[in-house]
Design a protein around this ligand. Structure first.
Ligand SMILES: *Cc1c(COP(=O)(O)O)cnc(C)c1O
Length: 432
């Protein structure tokens, strides 16, 4: 669910016409809905209310300060993956005490910084990391709170680049080795064993893989809790969203299929996991990123050319893979709609950016309304892993970002000045 919809034939974000935002701020333009962000957080929070729980928004999905402040204001903690992200939490007014620190490559500086700021927990991905955290904590005369990331070896059945919970992946420690790791960790002087963590992948649209992983983990978690007085179990993030409503709305028969019953919603996720988790009597931590931000943002782009060849209808737009890399990187689907609703016949089109790479393609052979130069299109569900993954390839300045609340809107990141792209570059003396 989200707050982008046509009203009188005009795409609106909440009560604001998107075309007005583009007129004011230009394109390409990211537009975020504050009520969608809050709504997703609250739906999940409420569904899990029978459990003592903490939602740590995985800020790598969208770390704009305004997005983060919005979530911090309604009680969110943050799942971070770098020292830079912890600095961002602080800049956004978030609470380091509600931060979990994930990632396989934490540096000494990052560990020291996080210890000084008093984060909730380090999610440890290897024994060398454990030893490093112990060493740094000793130097700072602190006790480092940690959870070890269990790799449950459950296939999340998602795209290869975002599956993390099998032994093929670099993440976590194999299930069978965990008890030994906790045993050894309990002997380290500067380590405080605080929890257990797990994260099996991203964009999971069915509940079954979560259920399998949690079912597999609970008895191990219960044993570890007993032995080491652990207080929390983090079941990670990875809750998927619907990118292509055509797939989900299917036919009446489809809705009765087992596949449809397994569709992940906050309620189905909670209904099936709470009975497994409640008996643990632990705090349950979640790290959703995409679920909160994904459908809360769109990327608006201008049609520059329509190029017809004998084979194809290319719609060439002013956004490119440097602005939104997901289609090129993960073959992902984004719904693409005009800002002004069009009737008439659909024509199979490729929507492409201006970058000199064939991968700079947003969709292929997709039936779309006829558009012309100067029209604007919105790529939906671009709120997560959109702007944060953007770059300046082809010396393209990064897009502006706008947050909408009802009829109000504000620029929350100014369009980058093109000169700023090379502002830190210098010429060596010997080149005149
Ligand atoms: C990326 C990541 C998340 C968030 O994933 P989403 O699919 O955006 O929910 C949560 N936990 C860890 C450890 C991650 O790496």
């Amino acid at each position: 669910m989200h707050d982008f919809a046509y009203r009188k034939g005009e795409l609106h974000c909440e009560e604001t016409p998107v075309s007005e935002l583009v007129k004011k701020h230009g394109s390409p333009l990211y537009v975020y809905s504050q009520s969608t962000l809050e709504g997703h957080f609250r739906k999940l929070d409420e569904a899990l209310s029978p459990l003592d729980h903490l939602i740590c928004y995985a800020m790598k999905a969208n770390s704009n300060l305004a997005v983060m402040r919005t979530l911090a204001n309604i009680g969110s903690g943050f799942d971070i993956v770098s020292g830079g992200e912890l600095k961002r939490v602080i800049a956004a007014g978030g609470d380091p005490k509600k931060c979990t620190f994930a990632g396989v490559g934490k540096t000494e500086e990052e560990i020291a910084f996080a210890l000084r700021k008093g984060i909730y927990c380090f999610n440890v991905e290897s024994e060398p990391e454990l030893q490093r955290i112990d060493r740094v904590a000793g130097r700072l005369r602190k006790k480092a709170p940690i959870a070890v990331r269990v790799n449950p070896n459950v296939d999340a059945g998602t795209h290869a680049k975002i599956t993390t919970g099998t032994y093929e992946n670099k993440f976590g420690i194999p299930f069978e080795e965990i008890e030994g790791v906790y045993q050894r960790a309990s002997k380290l002087k500067n380590i405080r064993l605080r929890g257990v963590q797990m994260h099996i992948g991203s964009q999971l649209t069915s509940v079954t893989p979560f259920e399998k992983a949690v079912t597999k983990a609970v008895s191990l978690v219960a044993t570890l809790k007993e032995r080491h007085a652990l207080e929390f179990f983090s079941i990670g993030g990875g809750l998927g969203i619907i990118y292509n409503p055509a797939l989900a709305s299917g036919t009446a028969a489809w809705w009765k299929s087992p596949e449809a019953k397994d569709i992940l919603t906050p309620q189905s996720y909670a209904d099936r996991l709470i009975p497994l988790l409640k008996p643990l009597a632990m705090k349950i931590v979640l790290e959703p990123g995409r679920f909160i931000a994904g459908n809360a943002g769109i990327l608006v782009t201008r049609v520059e050319y329509v190029k017809k060849t004998t084979q194809k209808n290319f719609v060439i737009v002013d956004a490119a893979m440097n602005d939104l890399i997901r289609p090129a990187f993960y073959d992902s689907f984004h719904e693409i709609v005009p800002l002004k609703k069009k009737s008439g016949k659909l024509i199979e089109s490729d929507v492409v950016g201006p970058i000199c790479e064939s991968g700079d393609t947003f969709c292929k052979n997709r039936p779309m309304p006829t558009v012309k130069e100067g029209d604007h299109l919105a790529m939906l569900s671009a709120g997560a892993y959109g702007s944060v993954m953007s770059g300046t390839y082809n010396s393209r300045a990064m897009a502006a970002e706008v947050l909408v609340q009802g009829k109000r809107s504000a620029v929350v990141r100014a369009r980058q000045k093109v000169e700023d792209i090379w502002a830190t570059e210098t010429l060596p003396k010997w080149i005149s």
